[in-house]
Write a protein that binds this ligand. Structure first.
Ligand code: BDR
Ligand code: CA
Length: 311
């Protein structure tokens, strides 16, 4: 089993990614979940995480992380994820409590106390991960992989050139991409084809299952965003980073150099990936996912969500 810690900002697609990971606990040993301000404030994303894990009756440890980016002011995206970060869907109050209100020391302790290597799955701004690397560099050699949702080799979403998670804290992303830790990057160039169709969400909505119905409700809200292709298909960005761990064979990728533009101005938060096909990079460079079997992705994600009604 792969040991993982998910660093997230739920966030509708984060909720789906967390649920998907929980559906695969036979393959993934979830050592903990850390939260970071991103889609909503740290209070809201942490509360959403507690509620979700409690809803699943799980006792996965949760630690609260940074309330804003390293250098800048925090900015939330209520239009995409709703005022509460969950498309205004209300989960019951949590019956569990935080294990720690310091995600950075929680990450250090959990990583160092684990007998084997640990994979981190950052699916929000990279603030916690950057602080972890800078404050406790001794963890670096115990991190097997960072399966990151962030960046893009082409178009952005928050700005024409920047993807939201990297845009939200480019200085942190820069530290992470320069850390030398093995990285798999699920950027918008691939996540724009990893998602669900309107019909899939309609079936979830009609479901009597406790989990699938909740997924249908929050995704129905998500379909109102302008990131949806013609109202027919919505990317579920964050699930891509979990899917890669479970089904790497459905992806095509190349190793490339990826640098983060931290300058002020139009390209702030752009991940400049060296896509020139005549330049070769070895395996020490980030593995950038380029293509996916999109139908397979949708099929697996959906069937795993339905499995959750029986746990
Ligand atoms: C990323 O930004 C957030 O809004 C999503 O949760 C995802 O992590 C996509 O750009
Ligand atoms: Ca996210």
């Amino acid at each position: 089993k792969r040991n993982i810690i998910i660093d997230c900002d739920p966030g509708i697609d984060d909720i789906i990614a967390l649920s998907f990971a929980i559906a695969n606990e036979d393959k993934l040993n979830i050592l903990g979940i850390t939260t970071v301000a991103g889609n909503q404030s740290i209070e809201k994303v942490t509360s959403n995480t507690l509620k979700l894990i409690s809803f699943f009756n799980k006792d996965i440890k949760i630690a609260k992380g940074q309330k804003g980016p390293l250098l800048r002011e925090k900015c939330v995206v209520s239009k995409v994820h709703g005022e509460n970060g969950m498309g205004d869907y209300e989960l019951p109050e949590p019956k569990i409590q935080l294990s720690s209100d310091n995600a950075i020391t929680f990450l250090r302790d959990t990583i160092l106390n684990c007998e084997d290597m640990v994979t981190l799955v950052p699916i929000g701004p990279l603030t916690n991960i950057a602080l972890l690397i800078k404050t406790f560099p001794e963890v670096v050699e115990k991190i097997e992989l960072l399966s990151i949702m962030g960046g893009s080799t082409d178009v952005g979403n928050y700005t024409p050139s920047a993807e939201f998670n990297v845009w939200a804290d480019p200085e942190a992303a820069n530290i992470v991409f320069k850390s030398g830790i093995p990285i798999v990057m699920s950027g918008l160039n691939v996540t724009h084809t990893t998602g669900l169709y309107r019909e899939d969400v309609d079936s979830l909505l009609k479901s009597n299952g406790k989990v699938t119905h909740m997924c249908g409700k929050i995704l129905d809200f998500y379909f109102k965003g302008d990131h949806v292709n013609n109202g027919k298909f919505t990317p579920i960005h964050d699930a891509c980073s979990i899917m890669y761990l479970l089904y790497p064979e459905i992806y095509k990728y190349r190793h490339m150099k990826v640098e983060v533009d931290c300058s002020e101005g139009l390209n702030r938060g752009n991940t400049v990936a060296d896509v020139r096909d005549w330049v070769n990079y070895d395996e020490t460079y980030p593995k950038v996912l380029l293509e996916v079997d999109s139908d397979k992705f949708t099929e697996i994600l959906l069937s795993e969500l339905y499995k959750l009604d029986n746990i």
